[in-house]
Design a protein around this ligand. Structure first.
Ligand code: ACO
Length: 328
């Protein structure tokens, strides 16, 4: 087996305390707890308050990681931040986090790969260490999706939630670390899952607010099919690069978008569901943050322990997809 170059050291996460159930949605939209549970597996999600900014949630997750590593914010060489819902368009969410964390020795920037963002960011972090930009790279994935979803659209509003997760990437000291990874995108499919307005092509205007084009739009059925095929493809590639087979995977942590997508992906990848981490029922889809939150839960509940082989697999807007095999 390949000797890993970089490892993930410590995990953290933050979930806003406000829990919103499906029944609450059925009071404001033409939907039901039964429909949402049967089609998505989601029972509830977390909704951030005005005071819980994207960067604040990222900070809470990051501080746990630094504490576990016995580091202070001043020890961080770089912050790679994955998000599709930054607090503002300029500067980056990473720079906002850098400021409130006091990580003044770091280089900070965002990775825009939507729900694949955490896995993309881990890859970037490994590359920063390889190119000697630093030794301690903080990877943070946070989303405040409830601020960019259309609360009047039942086909998207019921799916998303808020939260953050983090880890530290550093040079591997031994056998544990990143064994292999794979990233891919297809920008020609962008308009199946996107935010049409608010950027430079369609700057904020009254019309944009009226037609709700500021919010996430999605062709659910097409996204569903592409997600399953792409994530199965990503698992195959990463395992092949690691020289491993599906049977070697002790835990699969997929992007948490929909239980049916997770089950179909696991089946295609050849990983039984008892080796798949699922928390979509409690968090909904937290985009870039979903794998990071699930990873932290898996570690803190003892589901993922040292020596295990864990595989992450993600799919998101772009389309983007990615997978990573890690010796924990
Ligand atoms: N409540 C009740 N009915 C609904 C709801 C709702 N919340 N949403 C849609 N419906 C209706 C539709 O209007 C449609 O009604 P119609 O037949 O009268 O037109 C019917 O339910 C079926 O709609 P479909 O879209 O065909 O339902 P489907 O079984 O495909 O489920 C869903 C929809 C859950 C969105 C599914 O397609 C899905 O999960 N797609 C992937 C979405 C996803 O995971 N996106 C994120 C991945 S990438 C990322 O994380 C950013």
């Amino acid at each position: 087996m390949k000797r890993p170059f970089a490892e993930l050291s410590g995990t953290g996460s933050y979930a806003p305390p406000r829990v919103m159930t499906n029944d609450e949605f059925s009071k404001i939209l033409d939907t039901s707890d039964q429909w949402i549970r049967e089609r998505t597996g989601i029972r509830e999600r977390r909704v951030s308050s005005k005071d819980e900014s994207n960067a604040c949630m990222g900070k809470a997750a990051a501080l746990q990681v630094l504490e576990q590593n016995g580091l202070t914010p001043l020890d961080v060489d770089a912050i790679v931040y994955a998000t599709a819902s930054p607090d503002r368009l300029l500067p980056s969410a990473a720079c906002d986090l850098q400021a409130i964390l006091g990580a003044k020795n770091a280089a900070a920037f965002d990775v825009g790969a939507a729900c694949s963002g955490f896995v993309y960011a881990l890859n970037v972090a490994e590359g920063l260490i390889a190119s000697e930009q630093g030794e301690r790279v903080l990877v943070v994935a946070a989303e405040k999706l409830t601020s960019i979803m259309d609360w009047t659209d039942r086909t998207t509003a019921v799916l998303f939630g808020d939260g953050a997760g983090a880890t530290l990437v550093r040079r591997s000291a031994g056998a544990r670390g990143i064994l292999a990874s794979y990233m891919k995108s297809d920008g020609t499919l962008a308009e199946l899952l996107y935010r049409p307005g608010g950027g430079a092509a369609h700057p904020p205007s009254e019309e944009l607010l009226k037609d709700h084009s500021y919010y996430i739009k999605m062709a659910g059925r097409e996204v569903f099919k592409a997600a399953v095929l792409s994530m199965a493809d990503a698992c195959d590639h990463a395992l092949q690069r690691a020289g491993l087979a599906a049977g070697d995977v002790d835990l699969l942590i997929p992007h948490q978008a929909n239980i049916r997508i997770i089950e179909a992906t696991a089946k295609h990848a050849g990983v039984p569901m008892d080796k798949v981490y699922v928390n979509v029922d409690r968090f909904g889809n937290t985009s870039a943050a979903s794998i990071a939150i699930a990873l932290d839960e898996a570690v803190k509940t003892g589901r993922l322990v040292p020596g295990m082989t864990v595989m992450f697999v993600a799919f998101g807007a772009g389309f983007t997809w990615a997978s990573m095999v890690v010796k924990w």
